[in-house]
Design a protein around this ligand. Structure first.
Ligand code: LMR
Length: 397
């Protein structure tokens, strides 16, 4: 039977992890996969997570299933972080929530819900978008269409083109995938004014936002990074949210995420919960527990919550500092536009205006690992190597 299978095409991000790991050059710079590294180049378990694990080890009394929608404390506490504790929508009963296998699992559950509710919906995705959005969401069989978002040459958002496409080409009932903050792969986020325009457009055209919030806390701050989500929750009648704890809690391999469907009424939300649960049952039966238990422990223990927020802020500020240093190193050598873009972009990623040949040269000639698209993960850079990184980028320009 298996001889009928064809070899899989390489996955850009996973392939790069392997190439970087195999490079023995001690000076290699790995800006590939979106994993945060500290000043020593390590990705340690966050201190608040470690403490929560110790407490949980003592407190956990059973490994029996929790329930199809996962840990209800996690769902409630993490959604409070994202929507805000005083959010009207949180108390409205209009939110269906389920713990998911990372942000990716949440994206898939959200897409399956769209497929069940409106199989004719098209999902609109930014150009470019995270390399796995299309495979993850497209696997549902839903139609996918691109909307313009980022111009790699000007290194800026093409906002007019984005709005024109959505206004003219999207049909009522379609779904628009929006990066809540720290756009992957560009780092170029909508301004508050642009979010307001998008929210009005979605409302006017009866389009449903599907917000991917995988990096909250790593852009402008936890509250600030929810601006778009909270605005949409106030303005539009329905939305879907896929949120992740991979980066902001450093829980990458624990696969901890949250899917939320905001429905028009509590009754409709109840039905969404049932459908999400059924989808989960059909896909993986019961969700895993560990990561969600840790997040719930942290968010319900004031000292741990304070410690986690401080650690998250440290990550955010460190990446901001690396952005500034790289921008400075590039601008003194004449690459002002690239420098300015890197400095103003948010979160882990920036999309450099490089061709795939230039990206390959960076890898093969300089042991600098970035995606062939030109995406760098600034969270993989280090102060000591910023100068060399800037020199290498300029050398291939
Ligand atoms: C990334 O974009 O590098 C991360 O989201 C990790 C992944 O799985 O692709």
């Amino acid at each position: 039977m298996f001889e009928t299978l064809s070899p899989t095409p390489p996955d850009a991000i996973i392939g790069l992890i392997k190439l970087a790991a195999a490079d023995t050059n001690p000076d290699k710079i790995d800006l590939g996969v979106g994993i945060y590294q500290d000043a020593q180049g390590a990705t340690p378990v966050m201190s608040a997570v470690k403490k929560a694990e110790r407490l949980w080890l003592e407190e956990e009394v059973s490994k029996k299933y929790i329930g199809i929608l996962g840990n209800p404390d996690f769902n409630r506490l993490f959604s409070e972080i994202l929507f805000g504790t005083d959010s009207d929508v949180l108390s409205s009963g209009r939110l269906a929530m389920a713990q998911a296998a990372g942000g990716s699992g949440a994206l898939r559950l959200g897409a399956e819900l769209v497929k069940l509710a409106n199989p004719d919906a098209t999902i609109w995705m930014s150009t470019p978008t995270w390399a796995n959005h299309q495979p993850l969401i497209g696997s549902t069989g839903l139609r996918i269409q691109p909307y313009p978002y980022y111009n790699k040459d000007t290194q800026d958002i093409e906002f007019e083109a984005m709005c024109t496409t959505l206004r003219n080409d999207a049909k009522a009932g379609d779904v628009v995938l929006l990066h809540g903050c720290c756009h992957n792969p560009t780092g170029a986020d909508l301004s508050r004014e642009q979010w307001r325009v998008v929210a009005d457009l979605l409302l006017e055209k009866n389009l449903t936002p599907f917000v991917d919030l995988a990096y909250s806390g790593l852009g402008d701050g936890l509250v600030e990074d929810s601006y778009g989500l909270r605005l949409l929750a106030d303005k539009v009648p329905e939305l879907i949210l896929a949120a992740s704890c991979s980066k902001n809690f450093g829980l990458y391999r624990e696969r901890t995420g949250l899917v939320v469907a905001m429905a028009r009424t509590p009754e409709a939300a109840e039905i969404c919960s049932g459908q999400i649960g059924l989808t989960m049952r059909r896909m993986i039966s019961m969700p895993p527990d560990h990561g969600a238990a840790l997040v719930a422990k942290i968010l319900s223990t004031p000292e741990l919550k304070t410690e986690w927020m401080a650690e998250l802020e440290e990550m955010r500020l460190r990446m901001g500092g690396l952005r500034t240093s790289l921008a400075e190193a590039l601008s003194v050598q004449g690459a002002e536009q690239m420098a300015a873009a890197i400095a103003r972009q948010k979160g882990m990623f920036s999309l450099l205006p490089l061709s795939s040949e230039q990206a390959v040269r960076l890898r093969t000639e300089h042991s600098v690992y970035l995606l062939n698209s030109g995406r760098i993960n600034i969270g993989g850079a280090r102060d000591e190597t910023i100068g060399r990184l800037a020199d290498c980028i300029l050398a291939v320009l």
